[in-house]
Design a protein. Structure first.
Length: 580
């Protein structure tokens, strides 16, 4: 899959959406929350994103810093759509995405550098080794710089418009202590990034650091696990009002948001011949404040602390070819206006030979973040206000599906229905002279659809395609913003010996920018290609191109139109070997 960061690669999975159609190479980090299955995109994620079980969602706003995780460090990705398990808390209302890294097995040193158009350069390196069969050491670093691209069409571009871009440095170190019956992993990672947001005044920067630990011990067929993490960060941003002719802009305020989070979980896994049970508890304490500094010298601030705790149990029981699932979760939200919430889940899976039929039903919620409660922001001449009176949003979901698995082919289809209550959205209060919106609880909404995927392997060829139809509407019949009715992808890959070639398409139908469906974003389709060739022992050549036909398509309105990424290509050399 092409893409510098994981968000661009995961976009090939229909239903994976950020707030807008923009890439993390140009988008403000506060718009990089991820949702699945068309339940509504926002800056805050409605999906829990994990790295080896540790949350990557921003503690203050719930969005994800996709620059933090290198795709080369990820061995595989596990994605679960819907709150079909009670193990995870409120941030998994729409599902979970877990990035899993490999356990060190032998010494390996990697260096590489990619370069491309838009002034792109990305050096990276990693080292991994298993010392004396009990200590695994993994260290990696990735840096990136690009001149970026314009995010407004040339026809309306003015003197204030500059290219949106990102510069970041992301190092991390992980230690794995491996025993016969127990394992302990300790990881620390850092991120520093700076962004120009498309005009001469608007910029933002982030610095964060985290420390996490994960301990597990096998006791016969059973398992005990503990994990904990702490993260601190600082976010800075500048906002402006823009003249209609885009010739002048005025600084409206500068913002500084310090935040930190501490979390942990403990759970036990018990296995018998037909029964598997996992149960435990977790907590997350988040604190942060948004400080706004006004040009005239004034200051406003909003923030606080949210302390959530939860207890959960999940079990499955097998009866011949039938497996039954049931789960229960009780969570204290940490909010004064809604202190507790109960989340049950249940389902079944029946399989024989090449056929599997499955179904589930669940109830879940998501508590508003500190960002939604207390932080105001501005994009162009669109102002979005905070709302300290927000209530948790709730979902009742059900689904039924089938899988056909054969030697060379796999086909899956799922029909789902999600009832949403108190959905948090940006509600338009006025449209002139500027657009004023406020985060509010919307009474109800319904999202229903069908997703399907087909995979086929024939000798050296691999074909992968998927499709999602999502009809997501508020109770008044209007479409939920930022949700396309139809999304799909298809990719064909040929790999033989040391050569790999791949190409594909990602189409999407129209969607709306706003809650009143007045700002239409037409549909589009983009193509991508990639190649990799080993040219000598340990040295390989890589090539990737996104939006290969340089299609121009809209990504949003501020209220003037914005456009997504043009054609972006990269070439690179990578060396992999041992120190000795």
């Amino acid at each position: 899959m092409p893409g510098v960061n994981l968000d661009d690669r995961l976009r090939l999975i229909p239903g994976f959406t950020l707030l807008r159609r923009t890439s993390s190479l140009a988008a403000n980090p506060t718009t990089q929350g991820v949702s699945l299955r068309g339940i509504g995109s926002s800056g805050t994620s409605r999906t829990l994103v994990l790295s080896d079980g540790i949350p990557l969602n921003d503690p203050f706003g719930g969005w994800v810093y996709w620059t933090r995780t290198s795709p080369d460090d990820v061995e595989r990705v596990e994605m679960s759509r819907g709150a079909t398990t009670s193990v995870f808390g409120d941030r998994a209302m729409g599902g979970t995405i877990n990035f899993l890294t490999a356990t060190p097995a032998q010494e390996r040193l990697t260096f590489g550098i990619d370069g491309g158009n838009a002034g792109t350069v990305m050096p990276y390196g990693s080292y991994t080794n298993l010392v004396r069969n009990w200590l695994g050491v993994t260290a990696s670093m990735r840096a990136f710089d690009t001149a970026g691209y314009y995010i407004v069409p040339q026809t309306i571009r003015g003197t204030i418009d500059t290219k949106a871009n990102v510069r970041f440095l992301a190092p991390n170190i992980k230690l794995d202590f491996i025993g016969d019956r127990q394992r302990f992993a300790l990881k620390t990672d850092l991120l520093t990034e700076e962004r120009d947001n498309g005009t001469s005044v608007t910029r933002n920067s982030t610095s964060l650091g985290s420390l996490s630990g994960n301990y597990s011990r096998a006791i016969g067929d059973h398992n005990l696990s503990l994990l904990a993490f702490h993260q601190r960060q600082q976010f800075h941003a500048a906002f402006s009002s823009i003249a209609t002719n885009r010739q002048t802009e005025t600084l409206t305020f500068e913002q500084s948001v310090p935040a930190e989070a501490t979390g942990g979980a403990g759970f036990a896994s018990i296995r018998h011949s037909r029964l598997h049970f996992i149960g435990g508890g977790d907590f997350l304490r988040t604190t942060g404040t948004s400080f706004d500094y006004l040009p005239a010298g004034g200051q406003r601030a909003g923030g606080g602390t949210i302390f959530q705790r939860g207890m959960f149990g999940q079990a499955d029981f097998s009866i011949g070819d039938l497996k039954l699932f049931a789960g229960s979760r009780f969570q204290w939200t940490g909010l004064q206006n809604s202190s507790t919430f109960y989340s049950p889940s249940g389902g079944f899976a029946w399989g024989r030979h090449w056929l599997r039929i499955r179904g589930s039903a669940y109830r879940a919620f998501r508590a508003p973040t500190l960002n939604e409660l207390y932080r105001e922001f501005r994009v162009g001449n669109t102002v979005t206000q905070a709302n300290p009176g927000l209530r948790p949003e709730k979902i009742f979901g059900s689904e039924i599906g089938a899988d056909i698995v054969m030697e060379k082919a796999r086909f899956s289809v799922t029909a789902y229905r999600n009832e949403l209550t108190d959905l948090i959205g940006n509600v338009t209060l006025s449209s002139t002279p500027s657009i004023i919106r406020q985060r509010q609880n919307i009474s109800s909404a319904l999202s229903r659809g069908i997703e399907a995927s087909f995979r086929y392997r024939w000798n050296d060829l691999f074909f992968d395609s998927s499709y999602l139809m999502a009809d997501s509407r508020f109770s008044n019949g209007r479409r939920i913003p930022q949700v396309a009715r139809s999304q799909g992808s298809a990719q064909l890959t040929w790999q033989k010996n040391s050569t790999m070639l791949t190409g594909g398409i990602r189409p999407s139908s129209l969607q709306f920018e706003d809650d009143i469906n007045s700002q239409l974003l037409p549909g589009f389709a983009v193509f991508h290609v990639g190649a990799q060739q080993q040219i000598s022992h340990g040295v390989s050549f890589r090539f990737a191109m996104e939006n290969a036909f340089n299609r121009t398509y809209l990504s949003g309105f501020t209220p003037q139109p914005q456009i997504a990424a043009p054609r972006l290509w990269r070439v690179g050399l990578r060396w992999q070997g041992k120190i000795r």
